[in-house]
Ligand binder design. Sequence first.
Ligand code: NAG
Ligand code: NAG
Ligand code: NAG
Ligand code: NAG
Length: 704
Amino acid sequence: MNTNNNILIFFSLGNNSPTKRRTCRKISSFQLYLLFLLLLLFNNSIIGSLALIEGGDKEGGFSSTKGEGSVETPSVENLLQTYRNSSLHARQLASPNGDDIQYTSPWTWVCLESICKRQLARNTVAKVPQNVCWLNCGRFGALWPFPTIKALLGHETIPLYPQNVEVTAIHSPHKAVTAMLGYAGNVLLDSLFRMHPKSEGQSAFPLTSNGRGIERNRMSITLTTESDETKMSLNSDESYSLSVTSAIIGSSVKVQVQIYGATFFGVRHGLESLGQLLAFDEENECLQIVAEAEIEDRPAFKYRGVMVDTSRNFIPILNLKKVVDAMSYNKLNVLHLHLTDSNSFPFYSKRIPYMTTYGAYSASQIYTPKDLKDLILYARLRGVKIIPELDLPAHVGNKKIQNTNWGPLMGLGELAVCVNAEPWRQYCGQPPCGTLNVINNYTYLVMGELYKDMLEVFDNDLFHMGGDEVFFPCWSSRQDMRDWLKNRGTNDYMDLWGYFQGRAFDKLIEANGGKYITPIVWTSDMTNRARHFLHPSDYIIQIWTGATQYEVRELLENKYKVIFSNLDSLYLDHGFGTWLGLDHFWTIKTWQNLYDNDLIKIAEHHLGANSTYYAITTGQILGAEVTLWSEKVDQHNMEMKLWPRSAAFAERMWSSPQNRTITVDARLAHHTNRMKNRGIHTDRLQPESCYQISGYCHDSNSRL
Ligand SMILES: *[C@@H]1O[C@H](CO)[C@@H](O)[C@H](O)[C@H]1NC(C)=O
Ligand SMILES: *[C@@H]1O[C@H](CO)[C@@H](O)[C@H](O)[C@H]1NC(C)=O
Ligand SMILES: *[C@@H]1O[C@H](CO)[C@@H](O)[C@H](O)[C@H]1NC(C)=O
Ligand SMILES: *[C@@H]1O[C@H](CO)[C@@H](O)[C@H](O)[C@H]1NC(C)=O
């Protein structure tokens, strides 16, 4: 270490100049020679030596010459001032008191290997904001989920104000469809105004643009479908094509957009994609749209659902609308409401109001038919169908029903048994217990009326009958049930359940005016070992068991139509801690788990490639649904549990990607940010820095 000191001294002695930079420049050849000798002598510490010269520099190692020269040491303030004067970026931030700073970003974003990356801008005029960079970065730009047939995005973008975007023509064979298309167009136009971060219901976009002529640019949209479908069915064709072209006319640009959809629902998806070809440009306070685009798109799976449980905790209509909004941003198309359970009965039944009187949590926790019809229309206009579930024969009963005994009081006998039975583990899946009294004929009468009420409100081609977690010890604890079975010459309670299911199915069809409606049931002991009660041409089975369970193979082999909600990947409520000491072994399902839940791979595991191909192409595998059971969920934490994980699920279902590459992380981060800007309270994926320095926060060891 002495060596270093020597060098330091050498420097100190060798010049008269007080400022360090000058010192270095003025080293004479003799001095250099001496230095060289010294370095040769102590070459094993050259690097350390040089480092220390630097260190000495910083520590003011030339103190011995201080004050001797003619040039004064600049003050820190002077140095900073020089820096401010010379640095474009710092000058922009300079403000006398720091209160009224005008922050101008020093960054520009550059698309490198399909990811927008942050770089220091060379000049502030041609900066590209992150949002704008993403519009046409990579094959799919900012589109989420990515298009399945064709996606060509031009390299230019056109600046625009939302005031100058218009739906100029709607072509459809039916007045109702035209009206729906007009509405969907307005949903898009409205969202454009709200892209400005300062807009709160009002447009915050400037009308003139400092002579740059942005206000002269126009965009017109044409919407076309030849279908008169106004309700989404399982067979609705959701495909669409979208083209964007731009032409310079005089001193302005005219952008023309054509969206063609096989149905209204296809056009609606096209409008969502169009919204994703537009972004807010913070540099110019305007929108930018990709100047040229050609998109052809259709979903890989027709059923792309989200289930929300509204019984364990009530979810207000307003918040369900936000779920619909977010679903529409992801082209998800089915919202399944687990409407009733043993916890509460929030559905208002006009035929059996006692159900609501004794079943609702409170006056403000009820869905009236009007509320629901409003929600259903809201959803339909956003490409989402709502399916109700009346979960029977288990998952019924309510403390209040038992206490007031309204069944017997009305002369209907006991409608539910084992209500609040203890120890509950013996009688039901979770408390409070309750199962239908399936040998009471009035039970079916009440069910029929409830089916009528629900079908009138929900009005579509699917109905969820529940059918999970029937605990036989409940029924077998009763003499009348035991006798009933004995009289039938059997002691298998599955026969009693099968008898119930048959009558329930008949009641459902009867309530539907004698017309067939497709029922969905959960996997259960019945789908596992008593499938003869459920004919494959009548029922859709929703698989909530693990993806690799043997019963999945049996259902597929027996040609049941299926929807996957395999709990090993699609249960969004898992992993948030226990409420009953039951779920300590459940781990959280990450967005990667959802993204990787490939139905084709699951089916191939069970069936091999050939039969899987058949099962997919014939629509036997309809799709999948994420489930948000609400033991620990209400409107305040619901969105964070749904998003962005369900967005990852959405790309899996719409695009059926082959693999999850590094660009998926970055694209999802961008999409999540967009959802956040649109008012969805999404969970965070990662620190903001990862989004800004896209592609950096990624552990190559943990990839697929
Ligand atoms: C920085 O710029 C200001 C105003 O332009 C000037 O008055 C000042 O002398 C400059 N300071 C230095 C250190 O260059
Ligand atoms: C209950 O209904 C079934 C089927 O409609 C019928 O066969 C049976 O006789 C009824 N039982 C009573 C007690 O009314
Ligand atoms: C799978 O399908 C191909 C082409 O249709 C056929 O050649 C092959 O024999 C099939 N394999 C099996 C195991 O069925
Ligand atoms: C996906 O993986 C396959 C093989 O595993 C590979 O050939 C293909 O290039 C990958 N696709 C992308 C987009 O990375």
